[in-house]
Structures are given as C-alpha cells and as structure tokens.
Design a protein around this ligand. Structure first.
Ligand SMILES: Nc1nc2c(c(=O)[nH]1)N[C@H]1C(S)=C(S)[C@@H](COP(=O)(O)O)O[C@H]1N2
Ligand SMILES: [Mo]
Length: 310
C-alpha cells in the first residue's frame, strides 16, 4: 500500500496464512532455535507473539537458566527459592487495579487487558544490580499501550506499581525481609518509552511463576530490580513514588537506577557482569551504559547528572 509506513505492517500481512497458524508449533521468533537447542521441556502453554525490531540478536539464555536462577523475594531470598516455591501462587483469576490520575480507573481483569494488545517477542538483556545478567526472550506488549487505553491525565508525572501481597502463597512474605508490597516506579516518559513492556510470557509461553506470572514489568536499560513482578496495581501519580530497594537502602539503590558501568555500587564494581549459564567457568563481560540501550534512551536523561541521579 503506497505511503504506508513499514512499521504499520502486521505479522499477518507479511506471513502466508498457513505459516502464521503453524507458528503455534514452532514458537515465537528467534527464540525457537535456542529453545530447541536448550533442551528442557517447556510448559506447553504456547502464546502467539510477533517478532520485534527491538530484540537483540544475542543468543538467549536457556529456558532452564532463566527459570532456575531468579530474584523474587516473595518466595525466598536465595536464587533457587523462587523455582522451588512459586508454583504455589494462584495466577488465575488475576486483575490489575489501575487508579490515580487516569480517565478510566478500574479493576481490570487480566484477560480484558490482553484483549486489545499485540503480543510481541522482545529479546532483551537483563542486568541485575548484583552484577549478573541474562538474555531473555520475553513475550509482552508496550506499557504505553495500556496507559493510552486508560487515559493518562496531564497532571500525572510518574507511574507507581505494586506486587501482590498474599503470604499464604508467597511464603517469603512471612518474613519481613522487605516492607511488602514490593513496589516500584518510573517517570512517565520512561514508562511511555517503547522499550518498556509488560511481559506475560517468555520463550513463547505463559510466564513461569518464578519470573513474575502472570504479568510483570521489563525495563531493559535499568537494573533488574526495577522490573517488578506479579503486578496487581498501577497508579498514575504526581510525585515520585516509593520504590522498594530505594526505600530499603537509598544510599545503595537510587530511584532511577539506570545501568551505569561508571558508577559503582558502594560494595562492588558495576564495570562488568557475569552472564548466567556459564557454569564454573562463566565469563565476565563488560557492562554497557544503559545496558546497551543508550541510543534509544539516553535522551530521556539529557541535562541530568547521571552520577548523582543513579
Ligand atoms: N515483586 C518482585 N519483583 C522483582 C523482584 C522481587 O524480589 N520481587 N526482584 C527483582 C530483581 S532484583 C531482578 S534482578 C529481577 C529478576 O527477574 P528474573 O528472575 O525474571 O530474571 O526481578 C525483579 N523484580
Ligand atoms: Mo536484581
């Protein structure tokens, strides 16, 4: 169609119908080959997702690595606790309360949130503040899609998020290791950025509980703790909201927490990182400014002192 932007093409426009339908068998996008190579059986609940130009071409970590080495303090503080304990979480039914400075506040059923969206595969790097990293083939949609649907009012400046509190199923919440609920926040322009997604799956399948089922945030240029899991509330607010790790230890964890190899954590260097899955001889690789997403996001911070506002 003359004059139509390339970006407006839908997957169904460029893929023969038979292939399109067959994708259920072959899984989403570039991750398929890696998943097959990776071996271990996936859960079986396939989701259709279209490939995205925002994906890295770096090889994803295996499904096994991504689902067995996690941070999810609601299920315990060790890296292997979430995989052991998160199966107890009931993720259906699930609703997300959207409130604050929005035109259409409400308690939205997850199924309704997902009705109008195009799920994409986004293969992103994830850099934890603890200096490990992974490459994860998420399935999700842009947070901006949801925010535009609920109507953000002009006075809103930040977005605040909360994780579920349900100690009967989230056994880590029986301990006061953090002040529950886990909470996070973004500036509105960060939240509206096309790289910022709400993920509902990985490796072309529904989100494993230990990775934040049924819906979690992914902000690839920030330290992993900003990517809050198992979200039940999204609030549009005027003032910079509370964020769990920033509350816990403001000297060590800033509100912005953009990945920055030049600003060390008070207790360790942030200059390099260890890719998970390398076993005993895991390699360290240099950490990149904004986790390698600087071309897309550096402009959000023009004029800010990135050493001060970490
Ligand atoms: N609710 C909640 N969200 C959370 C966390 C958590 O403990 N609770 N841990 C964070 C941290 S520190 C990281 S590095 C990522 C890890 O995501 P993954 O386990 O899917 O790799 O989740 C983030 N989201
Ligand atoms: Mo992290």
């Amino acid at each position: 169609m003359a004059g139509r932007w390339k970006n407006d093409l839908k997957w169904s426009d460029v893929t023969p119908k038979a292939d399109y339908l067959n994708r259920r068998q072959i899984m989403a996008g570039a991750a398929a080959a890696a998943a097959l190579a990776a071996g271990p059986a996936l859960s079986g609940a396939k989701i259709r997702a279209v490939p995205s130009a925002y994906s890295t071409d770096e090889a994803p970590n295996s499904y096994e690595d991504i689902t067995s080495y996690n941070n999810f303090y609601e299920f315990g503080t060790s890296k292997t606790d979430p995989a052991k304990n998160a199966h107890r979480l009931t993720t259906d039914p699930w609703s997300v309360r959207v409130d604050g400075l929005v035109d259409r506040p409400g308690n939205y059923d997850l199924a309704d949130i997902l009705k109008g969206v195009t799920l994409e595969e986004r293969i992103y790097r994830l850099r934890c503040v603890e200096a490990w990293s992974a490459v994860i083939p998420w399935v999700g949609f842009e947070l901006a899609d949801l925010l535009n649907r609920v109507g953000v009012q002009p006075s809103a400046k930040y977005v605040y998020f909360e994780t579920l509190v349900r100690p009967s199923e989230m056994i880590g919440q029986k301990s006061r290791v953090l002040d529950w609920p886990y909470r996070e926040g973004l500036r509105l322009d960060e939240a509206m950025h096309p790289l910022t997604i709400l993920a509902t799956g990985l490796y072309g399948e529904e989100m494993p509980n230990q990775n934040g089922a049924p819906i979690r945030l992914v902000v690839p240029w920030k330290y992993g703790f900003k990517s809050i899991k198992s979200i039940v509330r999204i609030s549009l607010v005027e003032k910079q909201p509370q964020a769990t790790w920033n509350m816990q230890n403001p000297r060590e964890y800033g509100f912005y927490s953009n990945v920055n190899p030049e600003v060390d954590h008070p207790r360790w260097s942030q200059a390099s990182e260890r890719r998970i899955g390398g076993g005993l001889f895991s390699r360290r690789i240099p950490t990149r400014m904004f986790n390698g997403y600087g071309d897309q996001v550096a402009g959000l911070y023009a004029g800010m002192d990135l050493r001060k506002f970490y």
